[in-house]
Structures are given as structure tokens and as C-alpha cells.
Design a protein around this ligand. Structure first.
Ligand SMILES: [Zn+2]
Length: 376
């Protein structure tokens, strides 16, 4: 019942009976408990044709706060959200680009949680939980494989735990982002959505909507090969998709064709913003955008031919920065690299979660835990 109210908005007791198959008495008892716990509140009356108006129920945003942490490759961002995932406060710290020390990152996470909870006047130990999204695979023992960081089994969970007073959840950032896009963003209502995370690294999550919620799995899409013997990739292979559409690869391509001309700005994010601004006029920047769009279209076409999703969502900071400029060219390339009968069934869209998308995705972890365990 709580999942139904959380994911699909206000409903009457009668709607909950129909959605769950539970009896009227059971629904009534559970609603009484949820209201007493502060999870759910009454939200006005719904007129029903001729009959008695029905009372609507909705989840109460003030029930709890959650923190979500985006361990990016250019920054660490900590977001504080209410448990319906509206932003309360954020803190962002730039990172030394390259191979970060897990202990240094754990310290940044601690500082970030302290900063956002202080801004909001919330006790860090009273949070419903802290979710952390990392650009790599999280093993059952909490160690992390993140080739882009040079981490092979880094004990990140063990390093974080002493710094986090609330329940801690660690997962791959593409997977958590996929969950957030399905819950609140461009994936709502999709049967099978692929959420592509475009940043310095490139990943994708396959999310499947089901009546009980969302399940998703990640893939190392960024390391699927799109060109035999192509550009060198950070993973040690050649011709990987990430070596064409990762932020650094895009900037390197620009430099290779622009020669002496330099993009303004310090750091990867500022230089991508400068590239997008310059791409408004014909020249090396516009050519670079078209070049990257072609490879992105190939990557998306491969996903569609393999998995036939009904939606593909481009998310992550590179999508937010470059998406509006490159989307028409990506759509065109995607159609050319997909079988006709499959392309027609897939909608390509930009994510709708804004600059806190990955932190918000991480914040879905403690909420998901509450929805699946009933808070026990
Ligand atoms: Zn690779």
C-alpha cells in the first residue's frame, strides 16, 4: 500500500483495495497504522459520482529525510532530500581528477553530510538513511571495482561506515540513477527503460517497471566496442564507446581538430560548457558535437537492437550540458543504426532530474529499503 501511494500519488482507501486485493478492513487498519507512524496523511476529498466523497491519502514528505551522495569523477555532491525526494539542501566539492584515494573520498562524504544536515537543522543520526552512488560495481562485501578510479576491490564501504551515523547503502550510480528516473523522471510509466549515464565515464542501467516497483540491472555499456582497433580506453581495451563519448574523449577530439584554439574554463565540466556554447556556430566545436552524437547514436542503436526498450533516457551531467544541442543528431544516428521495426518502438528523451540527478538516485536506496521492508 505504501509503495502504491509513494510511486503513484494520492489514492483513496477504495483505490488501495483495488490495487492490492486486500479487504476493506485490512486496508483501513493498515492506513490507521501508517497515519499514526506519520508516513501517510489525509489529503482532502475526492468527489465520486453520486456516492459519498472519498478521502484521499498521500505520503507525508516531512516523515523523514534521506541523504544521497554522488561520487562523480569531477565532484562529490551530497544532497539532503525529504523522503519523497524533494531537495532540502546540497553541498558540492570539486575533486582532483584522476585516481582518487577512497579514504579521501570517504572524508568528503562525511563533510558533505555534516554540511547539508547543519544547513537544514537535522540530526545526521536521525536520517532514514544515506545512499551512496559510485561509478563502479559494488560487491556483496561492500568493496568497489571502479576501473575509471583505478579501484580494484577498494574497501569503500568499510571506510565510509565510521563516518555515517544513519543506515548506509552503497550501489552503482547508473543503477540508482535509473531507479530515480523511473520513480520521478523521464522513465515514469515505461515498461523497460534504459537510462544512460553520460559523464566522464559512461554507463547504463536497464530498468523494468513492474506493479510492485522497479527493478534494474547495470551494464558496462561504456566498454562495449564500437570500433575495432579504435581509440585507447582507460580500461586497457581499444574502441570502447567511452573512448568516444566520455567527457574527456569529447574534449580530446575537439583539441585534435581545433589545433591551437583552447576552450575557456578550468576543469572538465567548464570546458564542456564552453564547447557547447561554441558549437552554436559552425567550426571545430560543432563538428565535435556531431562526431560524438554519431557514436552515441551507435551505442544507443546497439542497446535497442539487443534489448528493445520502449524508452531510452540520457542522464548525467554531460547529457544535461550537451543534450539539448546534440539530441537531433543523436536521434538521426540512432535511427540509422537500429533496425527499422525496432526503432519505431523506442522513444529517446533527456533525463528530467536536473543537476542533482545522481545524488537523488543514491537517495532512492534508503527509500527503496523502507518500501520493501516496511521499515523493519
Ligand atoms: Zn573500455
Amino acid at each position: 500500500m505504501l509503495t502504491r501511494l509513494y510511486l503513484h500519488g494520492p489514492a483513496s482507501r477504495f483505490d488501495l483495495m483495488r490495487a492490492t486485493g486486500l479487504s476493506s478492513a485490512t486496508v483501513s487498519n493498515v492506513v490507521t497504522d501508517l497515519v499514526a507512524e506519520g508516513l501517510v496523511a489525509e489529503a482532502g476529498l475526492l468527489d465520486s459520482d453520486g456516492g459519498r466523497p472519498r478521502t484521499l491519502l498521500e505520503v507525508r514528505p516531512g516523515y523523514a529525510q534521506v541523504a544521497g551522495v554522488d561520487i562523480g569523477e569531477t565532484h562529490v555532491q551530497v544532497g539532503l532530500f525529504d523522503w519523497t525526494l524533494d531537495t532540502v539542501a546540497t553541498a558540492t566539492y570539486p575533486m582532483d581528477e584522476g585516481r582518487p584515494d577512497p579514504a579521501v573520498l570517504a572524508e568528503l562524504v562525511r563533510a558533505g553530510i555534516e554540511e547539508v544536515t547543519a544547513k537544514a537543522g537535522v540530526d545526521p543520526a536521525a536520517l532514514l538513511g544515506v545512499g551512496v552512488g559510485v561509478p563502479g560495481a559494488v560487491l556483496p562485501d561492500g568493496s568497489v571495482h571502479a576501473p575509471t578510479f583505478g579501484w580494484s576491490g577498494a574497501p569503500f564501504d568499510a571506510l565510509l561506515r565510521p563516518h555515517v551515523a544513519a543506515p548506509l547503502h552503497l550501489d552503482n550510480c547508473a543503477r540508482t540513477l535509473g531507479q530515480a528516473e523511473m520513480w520521478r523522471g523521464a522513465g515514469r510509466g515505461a515498461q523497460r527503460a534504459i537510462v544512460a549515464l553520460l559523464a566522464s565515464g559512461v554507463g547504463a542501467a536497464v530498468a523494468t517497471g513492474s506493479p510492485g516497483g522497479v527493478t534494474s540491472t547495470t551494464s558496462e555499456w561504456g566498454h562495449t566496442v564500437v570500433e575495432a582497433g579504435g581509440a585507447a580506453c582507460r580500461c586497457g581495451s581499444r574502441g570502447c564507446l567511452e573512448a568516444y563519448i566520455g567527457a574527456d574523449a569529447i574534449l580530446e577530439h575537439y583539441q585534435a581538430i581545433a589545433g591551437e584554439a583552447e576552450l575557456a574554463g578550468a576543469g572538465t565540466e567548464a570546458r564542456i560548457a564552453a564547447l557547447v556554447a561554441e558549437a552554436a556556430e559552425p567550426g571545430p566545436a560543432a563538428d565535435t558535437v556531431s562526431w560524438a552524437a554519431e557514436y552515441l547514436g551507435i551505442g544507443i542503436g546497439n542497446l535497442i537492437n539487443l534489448l528493445s526498450p520502449d524508452r531510452v533516457i540520457l542522464s548525467g551531467w554531460v547529457s544535461a550540458a550537451m543534450g539539448p544541442t546534440m539530441l537531433p543528431a543523436v536521434r538521426d544516428a540512432m535511427r540509422r543504426h537500429t533496425l527499422d521495426y525496432m526503432a519505431g518502438g523506442t522513444v529517446l528523451e533527456l533525463g528530467r532530474l536536473g543537476p542533482e540527478a545522481v545524488a537523488l538516485g543514491a537517495a532512492t536506496l534508503p527509500v527503496h529499503e523502507l518500501l520493501t521492508s516496511g521499515g523493519r
